[in-house]
Design a protein around this ligand. Structure first.
Ligand code: A3P
Length: 328
């Protein structure tokens, strides 16, 4: 596989070394502030490489999410929906069989991961529509994405639950690397309230996609984890329609929507062998697949945040979103 020219990579590294830096989380990783958002070094290098090299197509579908807002679930639902009629590929390579054997992250790649460590992927041979995921803020997507007419599905989550999920995930990553705990939950809460977490501030991340979904509703669909939990079937039907493969009346009568909802449910995915015992690496850290299936509930923040903390974060979010029409 060809790799990106070293010169570009040195340019990214030089630029990143000049950025404001903040140690963050139980693992004490460095986050770097770039165009108003915070990133791990490797993700930022990948975002820069994707900006330089990724060429979007009008048929592309991009699942954009704030980390820990339900990315894994959205990947599974969309992958199953797009591929539900793929009877042309039999056996283990049939996409729906893949979903029983692989973690959803192995079925739908992050655009950024494709550019990890200087790789220059060949994306021309991927089946159409190409399905990708992204954690980058809207303003830092590769330039060709907004102009290409690709469809973007954005998913976010109540910031309190999002923070709790992020905390647990970061603890697991820190444990996997065997590092001594650097920040406590209270410290991470403080940083989160100041907008400091991976691809934070969470409100700016959501607002970027929210505004674009108002400007171009036929190209950007905005969803919340809570809506998806509350009416998975209804959301899935809207999603299918949005990405151009709506369920027919006949499919609905046959229970195809419920079938996919069941196939991608927390209960089913978390019970798959690959998600009980498998591992995956993102960047330099290998983590157990089961970490992507912790509880899958709405309102777990109750067990981690005091009433004062919850109220404070709510007030900050309310203030930041004021006038936008977006609420959590
Ligand atoms: P919790 O930590 O609150 O349990 P991401 O996929 O963006 O990393 O987000 C992970 C969160 O989504 C975790 O939340 C995880 O349990 C939840 N999740 C994963 N699969 C899910 C599913 N099929 N249905 C509902 N929630 C799911």
């Amino acid at each position: 596989e060809p790799t990106a020219d070293q010169e570009s990579y040195n340019k990214y590294k030089d630029l990143i070394s000049t950025l404001p830096t903040q140690r963050w989380g139980p693992g004490g990783d460095d986050l770097h502030q770039y165009h108003g958002f915070w990133f791990h070094r490797s993700l930022l290098e990948e975002i820069m490489a994707a900006q330089d090299h990724f060429v979007a197509r009008p048929t592309d579908i991009i699942l954009a999410t704030f980390p820990k807002s339900g990315t894994t679930w959205l990947k599974a639902l969309t992958f199953a929906t797009i591929n539900r009629k793929r009877t042309d590929v039999a056996g283990p390579n049939n996409p729906l069989s893949m979903l029983s054997k692989l973690n959803p992250h192995e079925c739908v790649p992050f655009i950024t991961s494709l550019y990890h460590n200087g790789r220059l992927p060949d994306l021309d041979s991927l089946p159409v529509p190409r399905l990708f995921a992204e954690h980058a803020p809207f303003s830092l997507l590769p330039e060709s994405v907004p102009g290409s007419g690709s469809r973007i599905v954005y998913l976010c989550r109540n910031p309190k639950d999002n923070l709790v999920s992020l905390w647990h995930h970061s603890l697991a990553r820190a444990r996997a690397r065997g590092v001594a705990q650097y920040h406590s939950f209270d410290e991470v809460f403080e940083l989160f309230c100041s907008g400091i977490s991976m691809v934070g501030p969470i409100w700016e991340h959501a607002l970027g996609y929210w505004r674009e979904s108002l400007r171009r509703p036929e190209r950007v669909m905005f969803m919340k984890y809570e809506q998806l939990k509350g009416d998975t079937g209804g959301c899935l039907k809207r999603l299918a329609e949005f990405i151009g493969c709506p369920f027919s009346e006949e499919e609905e009568r046959e229970g195809k929507v419920e079938e996919i909802v069941g196939m991608c449910s927390f209960e089913r995915l978390s019970e798959l062998e690959v998600n009980k015992t498998g591992r995956m690496s993102f960047g330099s850290t290998e983590i157990e697949n089961k970490e992507y299936f912790r509880k899958g509930e709405v309102g777990d923040w109750n067990r981690h945040l005091t009433a004062e903390m919850a109220e404070r974060l709510d007030r900050i979010i309310e203030e930041k979103l004021k006038g936008s029409g977006l609420e959590f």
